[in-house]
Design a protein. Structure first.
Lengths: 187, 187, 187, 187
């Protein structure tokens, strides 16, 4: 199954930080979602992934793009507890909502949301469109310029969807408008 | 007069580098143009503007975006001759076409294209849409993420124009289309 | 009491990583010591202090300079346990010995060695000369060039001490030789 | 013949910038000299060599270390004239003295001082000790930490020379004190 061009699986979260209420895909429908999956002790996440997520938040309007962190611990579980994460978020001044991915089934090291999104590791940046479809997924480093272009493309699509009132309309029609099949997504 | 949302003035060029033939706006119609105005002895151009132009060229398809340099010398004219520029382009491995802006009228220090575009200094990055309209102009530093988003927006518009066949259609209609709608660009 | 130009206080360490045996000042006498005090969740330590300590280790001969880390946790104690530190050292590939500073007396938040060295925070880099005297202490950022110069100065002094056989000689004479007054330290 | 551990050849300079009077090795005797050889259109010189020379000037006392630039043009001669260099120094805010190396004999592309120092290219940083002996020569990039250590070593030697009054004394004795022969230099 392809990682992209399919409906984003539900997030399975044990605990949220930096948000008064739990988030979910449905409540963010209509916005582009930039989902930054990281581990607090992953050097590439600290030097590259998280600062880039912060730049996304600074560049695009909150009405257009929701930046959400996902703490996907698949190694050193005892070292990256929610207690440690909370101090990390404070010290690194991460201000967007961050959810703690639920531990894997039957003690599997990879947590559940990470598995459901077929992520290879951390950092992974997933872009979910306004209709809730995974459109891009980048493992490791991706340039700011390419990312800016992809987000702008999804914002433009969201505007088109919004104008055509399809977001509030019939789910089947909405799904057709998004045109996501195995070949890709078009509107 | 506004710098943006008006037809891009013609380029007044004495000499071209990195291209077999002179370029002009008409021959690039249908593509987004990223026009990088620089001076070879401007530190911000060397450290920021020109590398960013090179990243634009590497990120977007040549069919979608044309990257063009404009050597807009407004100081130290004797130090930044075409001979010096040629060596500079060679040493810095600048591979996109670069035109030498024509000296100002009656000995004015600011060259002609730079004046016609109301540029404040160097580096200046101007984005011209597929219909030949100046849409964005950045003096100094602009982030890769924002720039990527703006270019993607203009590419998407060019696609729409192309699909509606307006580019090949009646110039008046094209001009009306290009000059945007209620939400978009007006002069 | 001055932070520098006095004998380095003994290290009070609960646990060592990256070394088969506990380290102490006496066993390193004769070498310059670069003591990097850090917290694993301190951004400046991760981006600046620890990479600089690694560069010290790569630049100078191990016979001349011993690089030693000191985990001086004075906040978020529950988040920066030895278990978390071990994973951190692994992920960031820190290869020099690191000691865990002992918790403060009577529950004081600042750990004992950190207090004894009058450190203001993290990162702090302390340079201890071959005779065991604190000679420089830098809180926050210090340039590689200045640090390289200071370490070279202390190595040169150590060579002089070694040639004059004072290191193996009478402790009183050695102490006098190493001694520092208001004008500074001379040998 | 070795590049280092031999008396520094005289500088053959056509023109000086940033100094009221011509400089020469004799007038700088007693100081460590950091000689930064560069070409104004050499990218590595602009991004690395010249900023490092500026950091040397900022880190060490002017009484201890003299930073001197040498414009060693061995290619694109028509593009890097003294007129262009002057604008370059102004725009890049280079504030230390810079001499223009004299054109090669019989039209050889490599200028004379560059040849006499056996430099491989630009940037090249040469460290000359207080007695006028070439001690280190780095082509390309060298780390700030190593460079800081080497300069500190030479400053310390200069202090020792100064204390022993040898600098003002008999040239033969001074030369002996510097102990520079084909095997190397010691004091």
């Amino acid at each position: 199954m392809s990682k992209v061009n399919r409906p984003a699986p539900a997030w399975q979260i044990d605990q949220w930080f930096n948000t008064p209420a739990a988030l979910n895909l449905e409540s963010l429908r209509g916005k582009v979602i930039a989902l930054e999956s990281f581990q607090m002790l992953c050097p590439g996440c600290v030097s590259h992934g998280l600062p880039q997520a912060t730049r996304i938040r600074a560049t695009f309007a909150a009405d257009d793009v929701a930046v959400v962190g996902l703490h996907t611990v698949f190694e050193h579980h005892a070292a990256m507890t929610p207690t440690s994460l909370q101090a990390f978020l404070h010290e690194y001044r991460i201000q967007f909502p961050v959810g703690v991915d639920r531990a894997g089934i039957d003690g599997a090291p990879t947590p559940r949301t990470m598995s459901a999104y077929f992520m290879q590791g951390t950092p992974t940046l997933t872009l979910i469109d306004a209709a809730g479809v995974i459109r891009y997924q980048h493992f490791g480093q991706v340039s700011d310029m390419l990312l800016g272009a992809q987000i702008a493309e999804l914002i433009r699509e969201a505007d088109t969807l919004r104008k055509s009132s399809l977001l509030e309309g019939d789910p089947v029609q909405r799904s057709q408008a998004a045109h996501c099949d195995e070949q890709g997504c078009t509107i």
